[in-house]
Design a protein around this ligand. Sequence first.
Ligand code: SF4
Ligand code: SF4
Length: 247
Amino acid sequence: MANPTKGEGGLSRPIRHPIQWKTEDYYKEDLIFNELERVFDICHGCRRCFNLCQSFPILFDAIDESDTGELDAVDKQNYWKVVNNCYLCDMCFMTKCPYVPPHEWNIDFPALMLRAKAYKFKNMSVPFRDKMISNTNMMGKMNSLPLIAPVVNAMNRFKPFRWLMDKTMGIAPDAPLPVFDSKPLRKRMTRLDHSHITPQATDQTKGKVVLFSTCYVNHNYPQLGEDLIAVYEHNEIPVRFLDKEEC
Ligand code: SF4
Ligand code: SF4
C-alpha cells in the first residue's frame, strides 16, 4: 500500500506531461502494467475518487474483495475493467487528485487509462462497437451529412431501434446519444474572416486565437463554437480555424 506519510497533495497548478504516444515504450505491456500497479496502489490508499465514475469503485471493490485486501492479490484481468470503464472525462485529474504533477507521485489517471486503451486497440481484439463509437471523426463526418443527420437522430430516438442497438452492440437503450447537426461548425464558418481585427498582444498572449473546434462541437453542438467565436469577436480577438483538424 502507498506510504501515506509521503506528502499530502500540492496546491500548484496541475501539469500534464506530453503524451509519448509516438514512442515504443508507450505501448509496452510490462511498462503499462507496472505503471497501472503503481498508480492503483496509490489510489487504493487515497480513495478520494470513489464516487466519480465506475472505474474507481471497480478498482476498490476488487481490492477489498481480494484475499489480502491489497492490490497484489487482485487478478490483473480486473485492471482491464477499470480501464474499460474510464470514459476519459478528466475529472479525477482536473478536480480531485492532489498528486498530479508537479507532485512527486506524478499521478495522471486519465492519461494512464488512455495509454492502456491505446495498448488495447493496438494489440488486443476490440469490439466493433468500441471501434465505431470511439472514431468520433468518422462518425461525425458520416452522420452529419445533410440527408443522413435527421435520419440518424430520429433512429437514435426510436425505441425499437435502441432495443436493437442494445441487443446487437450493447449500447444501453437509455444512454444519451449525441445529436448530429447537418451544418457543422466549420461549414457554418467558411466565411469567417477576422483580418479586419488587429490583435492586441499582452504580456502572456499574442492577442489572437486558433480554434481547435473538436469533433463534438463541430458535428454535434456547433452552436457552442458559434457562441465562443461571438465572445472573441465581441472582445476584438481575431479567431481562425486550423487548416485541418484530426483527433
Ligand atoms: S477520467 Fe476516467 S477515471 Fe477519471 S473520473 Fe473520468 S471516467 Fe473516471
Ligand atoms: S486519482 Fe488521485 S485523488 Fe483519485 S483516487 Fe487516485 S490518487 Fe486519489
